[in-house]
Design a protein around this ligand. Structure first.
Ligand code: HEC
Ligand code: HEC
Length: 285
């Protein structure tokens, strides 16, 4: 049986979310993309992370879904990587520039960049994820309009940028700027119960990691695969879309994409998965 604290809470979950069942936890398998690039899907947790080992969401998916991600010719997310590369090289905006005009070859410039986000942005005085960095470059350096949240081009370009760090260990530098206080704020959100179901992120992804919720096998909720290709949606899903979906599932009202609340959550949750290899574009159900 599941190990939930408090009969009241268990009652709410059982009536609200149907059957929970105990399960075996993550599978014992290795992710090797195209038989070449091995991705770290398990690693010793960083100091202070409340697990012995952090695990990728890939280890909780079915064999078929895992196989799709391991084969870049079959992974539907790779089409977005290709599209992202096109955007990188295309002139847009009043300044008549492309990303490549300033940064050159994306495969060279971007190597390792996406693995180190979110990053402190001094100009904005807050942490930036890749989506916000793209928009800053579009506005300030290209005189182009910023992308709207979850526009097709935003997802493709973000996917392309993150894919240039495939297999590199995810990490955030908490010593930059005011990152520490954003981390604190993100942690507070992570442990706050929300919505009619009165559940926090930790109730699902920490206490019930490895259990089933309906047909879904609960992972630790790590972010190393984002943007991720979701079979259910047949589309790329951004991280803030996923956060909003998880919060909506507790029947709580959910904060806007790129709001301070979700940026703080991104800093904190990224830190929890320190050392996992970047999988973008990962494939999930
Ligand atoms: C009611 C349970 C529940 C709650 C509460 C919940 N989630 Fe989730 N979350 C899920 C399920 C189910 C999935 C899909 C299967 C999986 O990877 O766990 C998921 C997936 C995720 C993923 C994607 C993991 C991957 O590898 O693709 C992230 C990231 C995530 N959740 C973060 C959060 C955060 C942050 C919160 C708190 C704001 C939260 N979740 C709250 C149920 C929940
Ligand atoms: C006119 C030149 C110029 C153009 C065009 C430009 N950038 Fe930038 N970009 C910069 C400069 C300068 C910086 C570093 C300072 C800053 O943050 O403004 C930067 C920083 C970045 C970074 C952060 C790198 C790191 O190590 O954290 C990324 C990612 C990036 N740009 C992506 C893009 C993308 C994507 C585009 C196209 C949509 C683009 N840039 C267009 C000048 C440009």
């Amino acid at each position: 049986m599941l190990s939930l604290k408090g009969a009241a809470l268990a009652g709410v979950i059982l009536s609200g979310l149907s059957t929970w069942a105990a399960a075996g936890g993550p599978v014992d398998d290795k992710l090797i993309i195209d038989g070449e690039t091995e991705i770290t899907t398990r690693t010793e947790a960083a100091d202070g992370v409340p697990f012995d080992e952090v695990t990728s969401g890939w280890l909780y998916r079915t064999e078929e879904t895992r196989a799709l991600e391991a084969d870049s010719f079959q992974n539907p997310g790779m089409l977005y990587v290709e599209r992202g590369e096109e955007i990188w090289n295309t002139v847009d905006g009043e300044a008549g520039k492309s990303c490549a005009s300033c940064h050159g070859d994306g495969q060279e410039f971007l190597k390792g960049v996406g693995a180190a986000y979110p990053k402190w942005n001094a100009k904005a005085g807050k942490p930036f994820n890749i989506e916000l960095q793209i928009n800053q470059c579009r506005e300030d350096n290209m005189q182009a309009k910023p992308y709207k949240f979850d526009s097709a081009d935003q997802k493709a370009l973000t996917t392309y940028i993150k894919n240039q760090s495939l297999g590199m260990p995810m990490h955030v530098d908490l010593d930059q700027g005011d990152m520490k206080s954003w981390w604190d704020r993100g942690k507070e959100t992570y442990y706050t119960r929300m919505g009619q179901l009165n559940l926090s992120c930790s109730n699902c992804h920490e206490e019930n990691n490895g259990n089933y919720i309906r047909a879904d096998h609960l992972s630790q909720g790590n972010v190393n695969g984002f943007p991720t290709y979701r079979l259910k949606q047949a589309d790329m899903v951004s991280l803030h879309n996923r956060f909003r979906g998880c919060i909506r599932d507790t029947r709580a009202s959910f904060p806007a994409a790129f709001s301070d609340e979700l940026m703080a959550l991104e800093v904190y949750v990224t830190w929890r998965g320190t050392g996992l290899g970047i999988e973008t574009p990962s494939v999930r159900q």
